[in-house]
Design a protein around this ligand. Structure first.
Ligand code: SF4
Ligand code: SF4
Length: 293
């Protein structure tokens, strides 16, 4: 089983469009959307969800008000200031602010009345869906919730399990933007990383950062320049930078208003955009990948 991960140094570079096209061409790959904070692959592939499950990201403390004697120990020792004494029914009790609780469990250990329990905290959901091009595993983290790296790792694990079940030979991963923990989780186990970059000064800097990250894990990388004709000078700099890193550039996608207009109509317009110049170039990058996978 091979795994292709498509990433970019930041969002909005066309990474998801590239991944969606790869899914259309590969047809029977398992698709993993690892952008769990702001997923948008579903807008291109119209998945039909057949299984959904809560994602337990961490624990949180809950005080039993009937047992609490307001001794103040938990409030004193919670380093996140997540506990305060609140008046009610003529006496004070400890109450946990669940948004501040980090789930460290210190309060449970110090409570002399055994009044505090740790409970699972659900911070998102993950899904198994069917698309016209194969099974898709995706997820959505609640706004502001932490542990996106763990959720990404889980999405990838489920995708690999689905690939085994379906006897699929390819897992296609839409990576999260940036270079943080979720991206590291998305890169783990990749056979090749496709870096989609735009020819802007910040795009060049983003490319260097993500290339450094992937290079640090010794993963083979390939460059795709999106909207390459919008700035030929920076495109040349991107190619030069890739050459220095011995990274092949497998495609230069032109800026294509025809594609943007077709995609704005939604997934049902897929047939319309397959003939767009940009889409043809993206398809060629998939062919090029087969030689270096
Ligand atoms: S679990 Fe830790 S962070 Fe949460 S309330 Fe208890 S001591 Fe504070
Ligand atoms: S340590 Fe236990 S008894 Fe004391 S205030 Fe906290 S919850 Fe109440």
């Amino acid at each position: 089983m091979k795994e292709i991960v498509v990433v970019s140094g930041k969002g909005g570079t066309g990474k998801t469009t590239v991944l969606a096209r790869y899914a259309e061409i590969a047809h029977k790959a398992v698709i993993a959307d690892c952008d769990v904070d702001a997923p948008n692959l579903h807008m291109l592939l119209s998945p039909r969800t057949r299984h959904r499950e809560a994602f337990v990201g961490s624990k949180m403390a809950i005080v039993d008000p009937d047992k609490c004697t307001d001794c103040g120990k938990c409030e004193e020792l919670c380093r996140y200031d997540a506990i305060s004494a609140v008046d009610g029914d003529g006496r004070k009790r400890a109450v946990v602010d669940i948004d501040s609780c980090e789930g460290c469990g210190v309060c449970v250990r110090v409570c002399p009345e055994d009044a505090i329990d740790m409970r699972d905290r659900t911070v998102g959901e993950w899904f198994v869906s069917d698309t016209g091009h194969g099974t898709m595993i995706h997820a959505l983290l609640e706004p502001g919730a932490e542990n996106s790296g763990r959720l990404v790792a889980m999405v990838k694990h489920k995708a690999k399990m689905a690939a085994k079940e379906n006897e699929a030979e390819l897992v296609l991963v839409d990576g999260p933007p940036g270079i943080g923990c979720p991206v590291i989780a998305a890169l783990a186990g990749a056979n090749i990383v496709v870096i989609v970059a735009e020819p802007t000064v910040s795009g060049l800097s983003d490319f260097r950062r993500i290339a450094d990250l992937a290079g640090g894990f010794n993963i083979k990388c390939a460059l795709v320049v999106n909207k390459a004709d919008l700035n030929n000078d920076v495109t040349a700099s991107l190619l030069e930078e890739a050459t220095t890193r011995e990274m092949p550039c497998i495609g230069r996608i032109p800026y294509d208003e025809e594609l943007l207009a077709a995609m704005a109509k939604g997934p049902d317009a897929a047939r319309e955009y397959q003939g767009c110049p940009a889409m043809i170039e993206i398809s060629k990058t998939y062919d090029a990948l087969q030689w270096i996978l």
